[in-house]
Design a protein around this ligand. Structure first.
Ligand SMILES: [Zn+2]
Ligand SMILES: [Zn+2]
Length: 330
């Protein structure tokens, strides 16, 4: 789908998308700028990572056919700290930490401290330097089964490193997301878009942080429908997948009486930008309607472009389908 949009030249870069968001929503300048810095860094980090997926050259596709995300074998085994995942996370921190420091100036000092330790070589194993520290970050992300090997939580690790837990969480989350983002690019060709209709991502199992409607017919429709096909964007790895337009991804409800389209008032694009609210489960997803539109979109910046709708939906008591530090507006 990314490719079909590319072919129609409807995709733009992060910088262009950011300028558009700031022009339309000046109050969002700080948060959107921080988001853009990290989106750009994710693309940079991907270039520094190996060209082969963590799944190897010939991943088994049978579990995928029954609804299991491609990366499940990797994600379920994270707590044993596989060397290739630790190495990739370590590589990603080199790009992501300086970008995070720029995005969050208040945490810059702690992030720099962490970056220095990650570059250094530890004298003893588990001294929390270099690859060992990357391993500790991964174990804090993974926190395996209760009977598994003991792992430090994010808070415990932050305390040992004498840095703010928020700085550590951002460093770990953003670096790990960069690894997943790279995987999604490598694995895109393996996703059977005609078969996958789950409410979670076919690559990493994450939830949708936004969706777009593009030209095309729904499964149940014979002719090309004006309303378009719904494609979700994964909040973790940025993969795209199709989902039935009139179904709630939170609870599966298909009752039109329980669905409401929330539009922002004013502005020229209120018709295209909406949040789909489900009164059954009180969750929502923001979407951009690209049918009959000619302006450009950046898929990675889409959640920021629609953030004003998150505010409206949350004011009405609805929760985002894929909560993140960005869209949890309290
Ligand atoms: Zn994903
Ligand atoms: Zn629902």
């Amino acid at each position: 789908m990314r490719q079909t949009l590319q072919n129609q030249q409807r995709l733009c870069g992060v910088t262009e998308a950011l300028a558009d968001i700031v022009a339309r929503h000046p109050a969002l300048e700080d948060i959107a700028t921080a988001y853009a810095l990290l989106a750009t860094a994710r693309e940079e980090a991907a270039k520094a990572l190996p060209r082969q997926s963590l799944l190897g050259a010939q991943p088994a596709l049978e579990p995928f056919a029954s609804g299991q995300p491609l990366l499940t074998p990797v994600l379920e085994g994270l707590y044993v700290l596989p060397a290739d995942v630790v190495a990739r996370l370590h590589t990603a921190t080199r790009v992501m930490l300086p970008a995070a420091a720029q995005a969050f100036p208040a945490l810059a000092e702690d992030l720099a401290k962490l970056a220095v330790r990650l570059q250094a070589q530890g004298a003893a194993p588990d001294a929390l330097y270099g690859q060992d520290l990357a391993g500790a970050l991964l174990s804090a992300i993974a926190l395996g089964p209760e009977d598994g090997p003991p792992a430090r939580s994010m808070e415990e690790l932050a305390q040992e490193l004498k840095i703010a837990p928020t700085a550590l969480q951002i460093a770990a989350r953003e670096s790990f997301m960069a690894v997943l983002f790279h995987e999604a690019t490598l694995l895109a060709g393996l996703v059977d878009q005609e078969a996958w209709r789950q409410p979670y991502c076919p690559v990493c199992g994450g939830g949708p942080d936004a969706g777009i409607l593009k030209e095309g017919k729904e499964d149940s429709e014979f002719l090309i429908a004006k309303a378009g096909q719904l494609w979700f964007h994964c909040g973790q790895c940025a993969a795209l997948w199709r989902f039935p337009r009139l179904r709630c991804a939170g609870c599966g409800c298909e009752d039109p009486a329980r669905m409401e389209l929330l539009l922002a008032e004013g502005g020229q694009r209120e018709e295209q930008e909406r949040a789909q609210l489900c009164s059954e489960c009180k969750q929502y997803c923001t979407t951009l309607n690209m049918v009959d539109r000619s302006d450009l979109v950046n898929l990675e910046m889409l959640p920021m472009a629609l953030l004003h709708l998150d505010m409206l939906a949350q004011q009405r008591g609805y929760a985002p389908l894929a909560p993140s530090p960005w869209n949890s507006l309290g």
